[in-house]
Design a protein around this ligand. Structure first.
Ligand code: NAD
Ligand code: UD1
Length: 343
């Protein structure tokens, strides 16, 4: 198939493009590089060429999903069969300060993309959603039969809004087939060490923060709260390997063969605490992670993890990679690219 991947130069997108190309798909990436760099896609091509011995069938287009004319031209020039839509803004704190940017990019951008797809007769879409759509009060483990809940920031709300937009679209138009993939906490990197997560500025998320402390870019980790009602007092999350997550997209794509909108949790089904993450990273890297206990972070939930049974049954997908692999692959990426893609 020929797949359009929006945001394909980003963290999850680049890993997914590798899996798509290795599986023999043709890929067109559309990215405006607002949170990524073209070099990531060069490295994707290198990984694929090493793995397959053939040149990767990858076309890259620099541009914005909000640019309707560009999208129309793209669909005219490339016979796209389906779209995997990663492009969007993802920093929770920033979304509180800049809600309009988040709604414009994440919601407006998706509407423009769908309009262009519909006009071109491309009606198969895999969308990057998030476990955050379950909201603040959902019981754990999260299961897809739960309603979308009350979100606490514009980023989360934008994901819930897009899910609703896509649900209404599928209800109105029986040609559409959509998978809403609700990611839990993706971490890790490609085992080659060539691509990985490269946050700009101070990382918001736990794993890149720990990795930057290990490499000496940050002096210590702040653990946000050790007085939660969890076994060791620190928050628990469902961390999954980004390569497992990438493979989930291929499986979801394969399942887009009937008109419908379906949500799937992509997680391991296991919870891991912040303290356990620090210890596991220390073991994998052989480095001590300096940390201090800091106040709770506003908006954090004590613990959540996935019930991933639906993806197992309907997509034949399971997260296979262990926490040790997640840590080892993160460390390989961080230690061989201390400044990410920037030198
Ligand atoms: P990322 O920032 O690394 O990748 C997003 C990519 O989209 C970047 O390459 C960026 O340059 C591009 N982009 C942003 N706005 C664009 C626009 N208007 N037009 C074209 N390109 C644009 O993020 P990621 O971690 O790879 O996340 C991918 C998707 O998954 C996002 O939609 C994110 O909200 C969602 N998600 C991520 C996580 C996570 O923990 N990383 C969790 C749940 C959901
Ligand atoms: C955060 C977002 C969520 C988003 C997800 C993936 C918030 C409130 N939620 O989820 O919407 O979908 O990222 O992008 O921001 N931690 C520390 N110290 C740090 C960083 C994190 O102790 O420096 C802790 C957090 O308190 C949390 C855990 O580590 O308990 C994981 O944090 P993070 O990686 O930011 O993910 P989430 O909070 O689950």
């Amino acid at each position: 198939m020929r797949i359009l991947v929006t945001g394909g130069a980003g963290y999850i997108g680049s890993h997914t493009v590798v899996e798509l190309l290795v599986a023999g798909h043709n890929v067109v990436v559309l990215d405006n590089y607002c949170n990524s760099a073209p070099v990531a896609l060069q490295r994707v091509s290198d990984i694929v060429e090493q793995a397959t011995g053939a040149q990767a069938s990858l076309t890259t287009i620099e541009g914005d999903i909000r640019d309707r004319a560009l999208l129309d031209q793209l669909f005219e020039e490339h016979a796209i069969d389906a779209v995997i839509h990663f492009a969007g803004l993802k920093a929770v704190g920033e979304s509180v300060d800049k809600p309009l940017e988040y709604y414009e990019n994440n919601v407006g951008g998706t509407v423009t993309l769908c309009q262009a797809m519909d006009a071109a007769g491309v009606t198969r879409l895999v969308f990057s959603s998030s476990a955050t759509v379950y909201g603040e009060d959902a019981p754990v483990p999260y299961v897809e039969t739960l309603p979308r809940g009350r979100t606490s920031n514009p980023y989360g709300t934008s994901k819930a809004m897009v899910e609703q937009v896509l649900t209404d679209l599928c209800r109105a138009n029986s040609r559409w087939s959509v998978a809403l993939l609700r990611y839990f906490n993706p971490i890790g990197a490609h085992p080659s060490g060539l691509i990985g997560e490269d946050p700009q500025g101070i990382p918001n998320n736990l794993m890149p923060y720990i990795a930057q402390v290990a490499i000496g870019r940050r002096s210590e980790l702040s653990i946000f709260g050790d007085d939660y009602d969890t076994p060791d007092g620190t928050c628990q999350r469902d961390y999954l390997h980004v390569v497992d997550l990438a493979i989930g997209h291929l499986k979801a794509l394969r399942a887009l063969n009937e008109p419908s909108v379906k949500a799937y949790n992509l997680g391991t089904g296991r919870a891991c605490s912040v303290m356990e993450m620090v210890q596991a990273f220390e073991k994998a890297s052989g480095r001590k992670i300096a940390y201090r206990i800091a106040p709770r972070r506003a908006g954090d939930l004590p613990a959540f993890w996935a019930n991933p049974s639906k993806a197992a049954q309907e997509l034949n997908w399971q997260a296979k990679r262990s926490l040790e692999e997640m840590m080892a692959d993160t460390w390989r990426w961080q230690s061989t690219n201390p400044n990410g893609y920037h030198g």
